[in-house]
Design a protein around this ligand. Structure first.
Ligand code: NAD
Length: 468
């Protein structure tokens, strides 16, 4: 089996040791991940710092053209990348799986390529002229998770380089191969050193986030690790964007139509098998339609084919890794022993791989681990409520605040209630839908800063005011 290599200064760099990356559907080895040494990390940061000298001064139109060239080369190789992504991540090729992820990667890349941050003239009169410039920051360190590895890597890379920064990227050790391959491809159309990739175990992520040559960290992952990245930033006061975990609430009002909303609720919760930061993770349903919503969800869940991601018929795949599989199993077991009613699913599927069925659990409440903790997998707790003010308070009672949603046939009322949710992104009659022009980020412990659109691009810059 050919080992993968690091990509530093536009060149493949071999490592002395590797770790196997396994397919969660089968347990087969997909490829060998290079284990970078601290010295190789230094080389990557040095290469990015050298490239920054010219890339930061490259004409804006040229950087825009280069980002479109990145999109073109990814587009030309998207099926190869999708297949590799499916093999290491587990998500199906079809449905909202790896081909969908490649489509998202391209849509965000092209949209972000076309964004600009022109100089703002704040004053221009007899008393003087004040200009606000947005300048690149330097070398950006990027650390990504295993759930949407390619798309999230593009969310980190493209705004960074569009604004004139250079990047050292470290993907998750669970899903590094599709990112390495994507970076190899985009290096064919970018100057050497603009985007570098290093891989290894978690310790190399810690070394990257503590590296004095990194001016800004963009991190997507768990709250626990995000706090470590934030602590590492202190010594050199690195800029930070942290996109962390959540425990999104969805609230179904009594006037919603259970049949009409069932499919939206289902995909809000189970997109990517629930392994999505802003998936619906706690569903509150009004007492008057509780049973009807449960029934519709169970019926729709019964239509979803779960299987090996490489099978074109699969709509959902396995859980990505053993740790997450164990966590989902534990939380469901805890709910069952404490009186939760399993409407469907609830026990591992009898086949190799980390397959766990879609699991809907009724008659649960706060105080159950399945409600209080981010399950990040295919298990959804459904909580009964009767008072709207009280349910909003309960939805807001956790220390996280990524997304939230209100489901109702009265859009105006739903919009007003959505603004009362303590979260960075609120939806009406949908959940988890994201788009490249809508800033995305968490509040409370779900993160710092936003990604996407002009607001996201600004986070890859520092402001400079020029007075004359
Ligand atoms: P994780 O925190 O375990 O790992 C994320 C990345 O951090 C990996 O690349 C890992 O190798 C690296 N890492 C681990 N220890 C480190 C350390 N000490 N210093 C620096 N880097 C380190 O998260 P995960 O399990 O890969 O991803 C799942 C989590 O990510 C969930 O909580 C999910 O909600 C969150 N997430 C958030 C968003 C968002 O946009 N808010 C998007 C996707 C995932």
């Amino acid at each position: 089996m050919n080992p993968y290599a690091l990509l530093i200064d536009g060149k493949r760099v071999e490592t002395a040791s590797h770790a196997e990356v396994k397919n969660p559907s089968t347990g087969d080895t997909v490829g060998l991940m290079p284990l970078a040494t601290p010295e190789q990390l230094d080389l990557a940061v040095e290469a990015a710092a050298r490239a920054f000298k010219t890339w930061s001064r490259t004409a804006d139109a040229e950087r825009k053209r280069a980002c479109h060239a990145v999109a073109d080369i990814i587009a030309a190789n998207q099926e190869e990348l999708a297949l590799l992504l499916t093999r290491e991540q587990g998500k199906p090729l079809n449905g909202l799986g790896s081909r969908f992820e490649m489509g998202g990667t391209l849509a965000w890349t092209r949209y972000t390529a076309d964004l600009t941050l022109p100089v703002e003239i704040l004053q221009d009169n007899n008393e003087g002229r004040v200009e606000l410039h947005r300048k690149p920051i330097g070398v950006v360190g990027s650390i990504t998770p295993w759930n949407w590895p390619v798309m999230i890597a593009s969310w980190h890379i493209i705004p960074a380089i569009r604004a004139g920064n250079t990047v050292v990227l470290k993907p998750s050790p669970q899903t590094p191969l599709s990112t390495i391959r994507m970076v190899e491809l985009i290096n064919q159309v970018l100057p050497p050193g603009v985007v570098n990739v290093i891989t290894g175990e978690n310790s190399i992520g810690a070394a990257l986030s503590a590296h004095p040559g990194i001016a800004k960290m963009t991190f997507t992952g768990s709250i626990e690790t995000g706090k470590k990245v934030m602590a590492s930033a202190v010594a050199t006061l690195k800029r930070l964007t942290l996109e962390l975990g959540g425990n999104d609430a969805g609230i179904v009002l009594p006037d919603a139509d259970p049949k009409q909303i069932a499919q939206g609720l289902f995909w809000g919760a189970f997109i990517n098998n629930g392994q999505t930061c802003s998936a619906l993770k706690r569903l509150y349903v009004h007492d008057s339609i509780y049973d009807a919503v449960c029934e519709e969800l169970v019926a729709y869940a019964g239509t979803i084919a779960i299987g090996d991601g490489q099978d074109e018929a699969s709509i959902l795949g396995p859980i990505q890794n053993e740790m997450q599989f164990n966590k989902v199993s534990e939380l469901v077991e805890d709910a069952r022993t404490r009186g939760g009613r399993i409407l469907t699913g609830g026990a591992r599927m009898e086949r190799p791989g980390y397959f766990y069925p879609i699991t809907l659990v009724a008659d649960v409440d706060h105080g159950f681990r399945l409600v209080d903790e981010e399950q990040f997998g295919p298990a959804l707790p459904i909580i009964r409520y009767s008072d709207i003010d009280e349910v909003i308070d309960r939805a807001n009672s956790l220390p996280v605040g990524l997304g939230g949603s209100i489901w109702s046939s009265n859009i105006e009322k739903a919009r007003e209630l959505a603004t009362r949710l303590e979260c960075g992104i609120a939806w009406v009659n949908k959940h988890g839908a994201i788009q490249p022009n809508a800033p995305h980020g968490g509040i409370k412990q779900s993160g710092i800063g936003v990604q996407f659109g002009v607001e996201g691009l600004k986070e890859l810059t520092v402001a400079q005011t020029v007075l004359s």
